[in-house]
Design a binder for this molecule. Structure first.
Ligand code: HEM
Length: 161
């Protein structure tokens, strides 16, 4: 069923227009790279604070309030440009192992973030300004940083398969 959807998608006028254009794909991929750099860069700042490696004198809530809007905005841009790239050759990407691993890793990064904000964050008022944070917060930062680095590695790998 997914393969049929991919075959339908890449034959839509949108998929064909991006796939056959000399400039649309490279422009979309450049925008994708800029967006993902902002996503991963802003998340890394938060993760390094959680790990106690950066901005140890800043309140975690303050840093989150500054970085989260940027992260979500850039994530929306990465998802839209990524989907358009995908639409241009969907059945190829669907069958591409690094692409599949990247999408699974994006899910894992999302689940880690959701658990952190739903569980660990509940006690933030007790460790907001601490230089060294509780193990649950440090673990969330380490898992997040590791997962996003892997997303970039597998994202880059897509074009080499
Ligand atoms: C914030 C989340 C994302 C990150 C960090 C990310 C990361 C990457 C990276 C590092 C590349 C390689 C770019 C290059 O060096 O040329 C890439 C390419 C790509 N990404 Fe993403 N991506 C994200 C979201 C998505 C989503 C949601 C989709 C699809 C639904 C997607 C689809 C693609 C496609 C199709 C390529 C092009 C591969 C190629 O042919 O070179 N990405 N991504």
């Amino acid at each position: 069923m997914i393969l049929e959807f991919c075959q339908w998608l890449e034959h839509t006028s949108l998929g064909v227009a991006i796939g056959e254009s000399l400039w649309l794909f490279p422009i979309l991929e450049s925008l994708h790279v800029i967006a993902l750099a902002v996503v991963v860069g802003s998340i890394a700042m938060m993760d390094l604070r959680l790990l106690g490696a950066l901005a140890r004198d800043r309140a975690v809530t303050e840093l989150a309030a500054e970085t989260l809007p940027l992260t979500w905005g850039a994530f929306a841009a990465a998802a839209i440009t990524g989907f358009l790239l995908f639409a241009s050759n969907a059945s190829y990407y669907y069958d591409n192992t690094p692409f599949r691993v990247k999408i699974v890793l994006l899910g894992l990064a999302g689940a880690n973030m959701l658990y952190f904000h739903r569980a660990t964050w509940r006690t933030v008022s007790t460790w907001d300004r601490a230089a060294q944070l509780p193990i649950a917060a440090r673990l969330a930062g380490a898992v997040s940083l590791g997962t996003w680095i892997l997303v970039v590695i597998f994202g880059r790998w897509i074009g080499f398969v």
